[in-house]
Write a protein that binds this ligand. Sequence first.
Ligand SMILES: Cc1cc2nc3c(=O)[nH]c(=O)nc-3n(C[C@H](O)[C@H](O)[C@H](O)COP(=O)(O)OP(=O)(O)OC[C@H]3O[C@@H](n4cnc5c(N)ncnc54)[C@H](O)[C@@H]3O)c2cc1C
Ligand SMILES: *[C@@H]1O[C@H](CO)[C@@H](O)[C@H](O)[C@H]1NC(C)=O
Ligand SMILES: *[C@@H]1O[C@H](CO)[C@@H](O)[C@H](O)[C@H]1NC(C)=O
Ligand SMILES: *[C@@H]1O[C@H](CO)[C@@H](O)[C@H](O)[C@H]1NC(C)=O
Ligand SMILES: *[C@@H]1O[C@H](CO)[C@@H](O)[C@H](O)[C@H]1NC(C)=O
Ligand SMILES: *[C@@H]1O[C@H](CO)[C@@H](O)[C@H](O)[C@H]1NC(C)=O
Length: 503
Amino acid sequence: MLSYALILLCPNLVLQAQAWILQFTNPTACCSLLDSKFPGQSKVYSSSAPEYEELTFYWTPTAQQLPRCVFTPYNTQDVSTAVKLFTRKNCQFAIRSGGHSYNPGWAGIENGVLISLGYLNQTTYDPQTKLATVGGGSRWTDVYGALLPYNVTVLGGRNSDLGVGGYLTGGGISFYANEKGWAADNIGSVEIVLADGKIINASRQRHSDLFRSLKGGSNNFGVITKFRLETVDATGLFNGWYMRYPFASTDAYLAAANSYCNGGSDADTKSHIIFSASIVGTDEMTNVALMSYNGALDPTNPPSVLGSFFDGTVPDPTFQWLAPNGTIKSATDGLRDAQGSGNRYTMTTVSVHVELELLKTLRQAWLNMTTTDLRVTPGFLVQFAFQPIGQTWIAASEAKGGNSMGITSPLAVMWIQLRWDLASDDAAMLDYSRRLISRFEKIAKDAGKLARFRYLNYGDRFHDIIPHYGIQSVRRLQRSKRIYDPTNVFGRLVPGGFKIPGY
Ligand SMILES: Cc1cc2nc3c(=O)[nH]c(=O)nc-3n(C[C@H](O)[C@H](O)[C@H](O)COP(=O)(O)OP(=O)(O)OC[C@H]3O[C@@H](n4cnc5c(N)ncnc54)[C@H](O)[C@@H]3O)c2cc1C
Ligand SMILES: *[C@@H]1O[C@H](CO)[C@@H](O)[C@H](O)[C@H]1NC(C)=O
Ligand SMILES: *[C@@H]1O[C@H](CO)[C@@H](O)[C@H](O)[C@H]1NC(C)=O
Ligand SMILES: *[C@@H]1O[C@H](CO)[C@@H](O)[C@H](O)[C@H]1NC(C)=O
Ligand SMILES: *[C@@H]1O[C@H](CO)[C@@H](O)[C@H](O)[C@H]1NC(C)=O
Ligand SMILES: *[C@@H]1O[C@H](CO)[C@@H](O)[C@H](O)[C@H]1NC(C)=O
């Protein structure tokens, strides 16, 4: 606790002072200055442009903001021109890749300039280096689709609609994680536009501190225009499916989950499970496990680590394919379709060291609060979910040079997912999610099982993330800021996102 307070107390005082002195330029002026940099080209769209509505459409309307204009770069040089201008003129802006963040202002901005990277969506593959080069505004469905003809794939979203930019800079949990670690740790190098407009490549060899900082460092250092990603073989089958169990099976379900979290995921790294329990509306309650296997799946003879989920040990299973005998693309497209879009939405997260009693207590706390405290319009979904980050995952990430996230021992990332229909329920849902996650934290802490880590991509705007990476990581991130963003452009001028303490 004390260490978090201390790192928060050593801000860069000079920068803070500057922020008070410098005025932001009026966004209308920023938009027209930007437009004048691209004479005769339509790359800057005001709210009266027919394209504006589509360019400001988000996966969830909860995230919607109305920028003064949207800038759609066609290449890295365009991004560089814009960032240089924004830095020189003190224009506030936001950076958006897939726009899947549910936090308003994280990948959007009210009144400022939105850089929407959607046209930076080319994927190419080099069979010599076995690296895929992926534009910073791509969506995973297109990336997977472009790579499958080469019989390779990359570590990316389990829901194929996610963008690559936010996902990878936040860490990235993929179906291959138990075998290969965080998706961010499978980046070979990036092309990034820095605050002064300079374009550099960062990798383990070049600008290595910055490279490591970017893995979990979100939008704090620059705009990433290209990711060069290590590929994995995709010649064989890849399968994703749901297993559902009635609430009456909960004790056995949690026991099986506990055992998967404590060694199961390490024992068969081709497997992957998200455990959850959902309440939909006022009646439907189900335990749901989302599973995948990097290989064939015969439900009558599953891989042994998954046996207890199929054979009745957890009673009354219902099996449902995302896509049978499929590919990573068909499984993640299946999840995209199952998860839909257009609802109001939030997530919030905490991490714990898993043991059975703790799982039972947390689940009961979730059930109690959801069934007694939550009074909103029927039709909502409230999901309690967790998944293990085991030894093999941590070791694979470490072997590739490590990241910013500061995880050193196994834990489970746990999250609450909320979906609802009416804006008039926003306050109640956000309030509920804040109270519930505080309750979880207290229960885990009292049990001596609270982990320091919080996963950035599942975080909400009411909770710090980066201080929870630990002091060593925070120091590295602060050092990278001093070198690569010395005037704190990506803190001062980019207000949205999870920031580094002192910036
Ligand atoms: C339905 C659903 C399913 C999900 N499934 C998974 C999952 O399987 N695994 C997982 O790990 N996460 C998952 N997430 C979380 C997801 O990783 C984050 O929402 C992530 O931010 C999405 O990436 P994006 O590019 O669409 O983000 P955006 O909303 O576009 O951006 C998010 C943040 O990243 C910054 N950013 C984006 N691109 C760049 C760039 N090129 N350079 C610098 N900064 C950039 C933005 O400024 C913003 O602050 C899921 C979320 C949802 C809603
Ligand atoms: C890139 O985005 C454009 C505009 O949305 C779209 O038309 C095109 O199909 C996309 N290309 C790829 C390879 O995904
Ligand atoms: C991909 O694999 C299939 C089936 O094994 C094979 O027929 C095809 O030639 C492979 N393609 C490439 C580009 O290697
Ligand atoms: C970055 O690396 C790519 C691929 O290796 C290379 O083509 C490009 O010139 C490099 N860019 C810079 C700015 O060094
Ligand atoms: C999947 O493939 C196996 C082996 O090729 C086959 O026996 C099985 O019927 C297939 N299952 C489905 C659902 O297509
Ligand atoms: C849930 O509610 C029941 C009944 O009120 C109570 O006995 C139990 O302690 C509660 N459990 C948790 C973890 O909140």
